[in-house]
Design a protein around this ligand. Structure first.
Ligand code: SF4
Length: 360
């Protein structure tokens, strides 16, 4: 049979055998792969959403040390939770984890069905499929960008992977070829993910010579793999300009809490305003807060990229006198370190720590 003429179903039905053998022989050794505990698997899946494995490893270990059970997480003070999440980004994940933990703790067990998992806050189709299979051995596929890319290349499919219908179709097709044995089901989704992360990679050419599916992959056989997947262009990111203030007073720096909803909800930030202000306009803003600017210490620019928006920041570090508005909290070095300040403000955070250290 000419392998180039295999149908989509034929290609996918050949996948599990070589894929699982390859995975068992050469997958990366990651801590969440040593457990069937739904809590541990769930925490790893939520952390891995939008975040690289290398970045997650340290957070995962610290998080489970702080909250070894779902009950511990349910009862955790929010500030402690946010502090442990600091730097990982997409903070709504941490809030949803805790909401879900409270639901699970209340009902006394994790939901053990795909639909039950899907009902938990922060658990979408991908995560529900990943937990259902790895923790409960259910034949549910987990499809994210990595898996869509592998599937498009394997089957030489030119459907737009950004279209919801494509994802649904891939999920159904993979579910249809999932193995029967429970031990295989538990690792099947992870094996496809591993293939996408380490062999059928997103940036640069796929490493077909090392791929367990190389013999029957239509993208490879037909020479189309590198042009796949087809994806409609994303909307350009919006740019927002901001002026950030490191207001120093008696060995402390001003912080305030962000609003309870929206981007970086409820986290701590340095006071800031929209737009790029020059020093004169920045001084006016400081006075409008009821503070008197004294010594200007430094000007610092920084940029932070979120999924849909980019912040271009100009920052002023200065000494100020007065009380400032009630929403300001004046934090000394320890107070700053104990609060969760998102990494969008990393440059200012480092500078604030340095300046507070200098004043001691
Ligand atoms: Fe991807 Fe190449 Fe493997 Fe096909 S053979 S799945 S293109 S790495």
């Amino acid at each position: 049979m000419d392998e180039k003429n295999l149908t989509t179903e034929q290609v996918l039905s050949r996948l599990p055998g070589p894929l699982l053998a390859w995975y068992r022989a050469s997958a990366r050794d990651l801590p969440w792969r040593h457990t069937a505990d739904p809590y541990r698997i769930w925490v790893s899946e939520i952390m891995l959403q939008q975040t690289r494995v290398a970045a997650v490893l340290g957070y995962y270990a610290r998080f489970l040390e702080a909250f070894p059970t779902v009950e511990d997480l349910a009862a955790a003070p929010e500030d402690r939770l946010m502090k442990l999440w600091e730097g990982l980004g997409y903070y709504s994940r941490a809030r949803n984890l805790q909401k879900s933990a409270r639901i699970v703790a209340e009902r006394g067990a994790f939901p053990d069905t795909y639909q039950g998992l899907l009902a938990l806050p922060g658990v979408g189709e991908y995560t529900a499929g990943a937990i259902a299979s790895a923790a409960f051995g259910l034949r549910e596929a987990a499809v994210d960008g990595n898996v869509l890319r592998c599937a498009a290349r394997l089957t030489d499919c030119r459907d737009d992977v950004a279209a919801p219908g494509t994802k649904r179709a891939v999920r159904e097709r993979l579910r249809a070829v999932m193995p029967e044995a429970e031990a295989d089901v538990r690792i099947f989704n992870q094996a496809v993910m591993e293939l996408g992360a380490t062999v059928c990679v997103p940036n640069g050419p796929p490493k077909c010579e090392a791929c367990p599916a190389g013999d029957f992959c239509l993208g490879r056989l037909r020479g189309t793999a590198e042009s796949l997947p087809v994806k409609t262009a994303k909307k350009a990111r919006r740019t927002e300009e901001k002026t950030v203030f490191l207001l120093l007073r008696k060995g402390a720096v001003a912080l305030r809490r962000r609003p309870d909803s929206g981007l970086l909800a409820g986290l701590w930030e340095f006071p800031n305003v929209e737009g790029t202000l020059d020093e004169a306009a920045a001084a006016e803003t400081v006075r409008a807060w009821g503070l008197e600017p004294r010594a200007w210490r430094k000007k610092l620019t920084a940029k932070h990229i979120f999924t849909h928006v980019e912040w271009h920041m100009t920052g002023y570090a200065l000494e100020a006198a007065g009380e400032g508005p009630g929403e300001f909290t004046w934090a000394d070095g320890a107070g700053l370190t104990s609060r969760a300040v998102p990494s969008a403000f990393a440059r200012y955070y480092q500078e604030a720590r340095r300046l507070l250290e200098e004043e001691r």
